[in-house]
Design a protein around this ligand. Structure first.
Ligand SMILES: Nc1ncnc2c1ncn2[C@@H]1O[C@H](COP(=O)(O)OP(=O)(O)OP(=O)(O)O)[C@@H](O)[C@H]1O
Ligand SMILES: [Mg+2]
Length: 234
């Protein structure tokens, strides 16, 4: 289980997260929604260790990890697909995928190869292995970014708006792949998303953030998307 206990975070003097409590059980899928600027990305960065907590704790299978560096948390099973994908655009698809391998740490395989499963999930990565990531479409780049995260063999996958700016047909490919990640690999997923139909199709539970606080949580099956749409409304 991944558990946040009263997590706070700030940029300098400006506090952006207040006492966030959130948990993801093993192999569970949870979505975090909220308007632009409420702190969703900051929360994911705080979980992964890319941004410091200013209060509260992050527990990974009972261990306090909130002061551990990001690579330690990656080796412990946390993987992160950043908003905007964060690929090395001048490197090839294959080289980008290889970037995931160091996070395996002690779990490393001798061969240092990309597991066949990654290409099975996203066949396009095989076809495009030698292409520069920067020349791919947004949807293809998102698949590379998710593939790179899966190379680390995570137990928890954190995704920051994976459908942002991506054409619907590729959103479907990504949804199908994520469902397999969840049910075949038993990876737990925290999905930050503004596209509610996708979030609701995928996640068991949801959390809503407003101005850096969790203001509502529940089961997606019990709640219509219209009921939470007001939190995202323009
Ligand atoms: N590097 C930074 N320095 C200072 N303030 C920042 C920084 N990054 C984000 N913020 C501020 O922190 C708040 C939360 O930002 P964050 O990016 O976490 O929101 P978000 O919910 O992910 O937004 P979006 O939906 O647009 O991705 C915002 O007010 C933002 O302006
Ligand atoms: Mg964001």
């Amino acid at each position: 289980m991944l558990k946040l206990e009263n997590v706070s975070a700030a940029y300098g003097q400006s506090q952006v997260l207040w006492d966030v409590n959130l948990e993801i059980k093993d192999a569970e899928a949870v979505t975090l929604i909220g308007r632009n600027g409420v702190g969703k990305t900051t929360l994911l960065r705080t979980i992964t260790g890319l941004h410091p907590v200013s209060g509260g704790g992050v527990r990974l299978d009972g261990e306090q990890v909130e002061h551990d560096p990001a690579f330690t948390r990656a080796r412990a099973g946390l993987a992160y697909v950043p908003q905007g994908r964060g690929l090395f655009s001048h490197l090839t698809v294959h080289e980008n995928l290889l970037m995931g391998l160091p996070a395996l740490g002690g779990r490393e395989t001798a061969k240092r190869e990309i597991p066949a499963l990654i290409y099975d999930l996203f066949p396009i990565l095989h076809d495009m292995a030698g292409r520069k990531a920067g020349n791919l479409s947004g949807g293809q780049q998102q698949q590379v970014a998710i593939g790179r995260a899966l190379v680390t063999q995570p137990r928890y996958l954190l995704l920051d708006e994976p459908t942002e700016g991506i054409q619907p047909s590729i959103v479907q490919d990504i949804e199908r792949a994520l469902l397999r990640v969840r049910w075949e690999l038993r990876v737990a997923v925290l999905l930050v998303e503004q596209y509610l139909d996708f979030a609701w199709a995928f996640a068991d539970r949801y959390y809503v953030m407003q101005k850096g606080r969790v203001v509502e949580t529940g089961l997606t099956a019990d709640t219509a998307t219209q009921a939470v749409q007001r939190y995202l409304g323009v």
